[in-house]
Design a binder for this molecule. Structure first.
Ligand code: C2E
Ligand code: MG
Ligand code: MG
Length: 445
């Protein structure tokens, strides 16, 4: 009985792994031993990727089940002398004592990736799980348990920034980066309150007529004292801190309102493209939000296009399929953004209700100088056409690029050659000048 009570006091009831207190004790011991034998000790801080999302989407019972399964697999991954503990939530800490070299850590990291690789069955669903791992080493990164844990935690944060399923060794530079990151998070929260965002619009041009056929709404953040901050920097952070549903809904609303305002001003109708993040699509009420926005603003569904990236298509295939079907049925166009840079699974292209591919700038950039990029662009255009999809090339900056794309049969483009993303008033001027020109041409003929 005494043993059982001891065990319960030091172990987590859900996963039966030791608690933080137990881990700290073994860390102290490992450090004492390592000092005498001049060996290293590694602290690995693990955090599951997208766990909050799974918890929110499937409920806490499923979340608990997942944690149990992960704990079971991690037990198989760590060497016998290691201590594996649950830190709380979806965080785990592994202490690797008496390490002869850094390479040992790499082996353990590989082992963890290996055991997590196979899908986890949760009730009737199957999901895949990855984790981000931060690593600190005694004595290089700290001499006390506190310092080592703090630095492993910071490195984990950095690993998350690299993407899912990554690991990162601590280095002192991280400290500065972490401070900056925390300042950015704080500033983003304030920016939402203070409404420091603005939609800019970039024309999508019909290559045959040379006219504006659509607009892509691109978010801009006017950061006080720092000027315009690029969405490439702040969207991923906004995703991490849960601001994307608010920001995404805001952009959608702004873009639809703007398109209606242009219509009311007598400008010709155009397709408004709005970027959608994976986290938005996962919201159970996403379709509802979009349809309500159309209703509220009065924009016809046929004038709205949603841009998704390839990775979104492959994540939770069935659910995504269902969501896209509903949007498509309502008359909204779906396009794939940055095509060719994500997973290269092509099966979804024919299965999902898609309307358009956007060739990523990476392939367009050297289209006129690198034969392999030219071949890729040509092939993407041909494939899209055979599948009955429209193609828009992104990031067209020179006439040479435009010429090559025209030759390959691409029908639309977007890029600095025609216009950078501009504020709404400037966009209206661009459109109006085309209308004027059309009237002039008609009068002359
Ligand atoms: P994206 O959707 O692929 O947007 C195209 C990016 O390429 C934009 O960068 C645009 O300014 C830039 N671009 C367009 N033409 C050219 C060109 O000729 N040359 C070069 N060098 N760049 C060009 P931006 O505005 O910085 O946006 C970056 C990314 O941030 C977007 O990539 C999109 O993924 C994301 N983003 C922007 N606004 C939103 C939003 O409202 N919601 C979400 N979820 N993501 C957004
Ligand atoms: Mg886009
Ligand atoms: Mg793009």
């Amino acid at each position: 009985v005494e043993q059982k009570i001891q065990h319960l006091a030091l172990h987590d009831t859900l996963t039966d792994l030791p608690y933080r207190r137990y881990m700290e004790r073994s860390l102290v011991q490992a450090l004492a031993q390592a000092k005498m034998s001049e060996q290293q000790v590694a602290v690995l801080f693990l955090d599951l990727d997208r766990f909050k999302h799974i918890n929110d989407a499937f409920g806490h019972a499923v979340g608990d089940e997942l944690l149990q399964e992960v704990a079971k697999r991690l037990r198989l991954a760590v060497p016998p002398q290691a201590t594996l503990s649950r830190q709380g939530g979806d965080e785990f800490v592994i202490v690797l004592p008496a390490l002869p070299s850094r390479a040992e850590v790499g082996r353990c990291v590989d082992q963890i990736a290996h055991v997590l690789r196979s899908p986890v069955v949760l009730g009737s669903r199957e999901t895949r799980v990855t984790c981000s791992i931060g690593i600190s080493l005694f004595p290089d990164d700290g001499l006390s348990p506190d310092a080592l844990l703090k630095h492993a935690d910071m490195a984990m944060f950095q690993a998350k920034n690299k993407g899912q399923g990554c690991h990162q060794f601590f280095n002192a530079r991280l400290d500065v980066e972490l401070q900056q990151r925390m300042a950015l998070e704080q500033a983003l929260h304030e920016a939402v309150q203070a409404g420091q965002f603005e939609g800019h619009y970039q024309p999508q041009v019909d290559m045959v007529t040379g006219r504006i056929a659509g607009a892509e709404a691109l978010m801009r953040w006017h950061r006080p004292g720092l000027g315009w901050e690029s969405p490439a920097n702040f969207i991923p952070v906004a995703e991490d801190i849960g601001l994307i549903p608010i920001l995404g809904a805001w952009v959608l609303e702004q873009a639809c309102e703007q398109a209606v305002r242009w219509l009311q001003a007598g400008l010709p109708p155009l397709r408004m493209a709005v970027n959608v993040s994976a986290l938005q699509l996962d919201q159970p009420d996403f379709v509802q939000t979009v349809l309500h926005t159309l209703q509220r603003t009065g924009l016809p569904a046929a004038q709205l296009e949603l841009e998704l990236t390839e990775s979104v298509m492959l994540h939770e295939m069935d659910r995504t399929h269902h969501t896209l079907d509903q949007l498509h049925a309502a008359g909204i166009a779906i396009s794939i953004d940055d095509f060719g840079t994500g997973y290269s699974s092509l099966s979804y292209l024919s299965r999902l209700p898609l309307d358009k591919l956007k060739i990523d700038r990476a392939f367009v950039k050297d289209i006129d100088t690198r034969p392999s990029d030219a071949v890729l662009c040509r092939t993407i255009v041909a494939m899209a056409r055979n599948l009955g999809l429209h193609v828009t090339a992104e990031g067209v900056e020179t006439t040479a690029q435009l010429q090559a794309l025209t030759e390959y049969g691409c029908t639309h483009y977007q890029g600095y050659l025609f216009s950078r993303p501009v504020p709404a008033t400037q966009f209206a001027v661009l459109m109006a000048s085309q209308v004027d020109e059309a009237i002039r041409v008609r009068q002359v003929s």
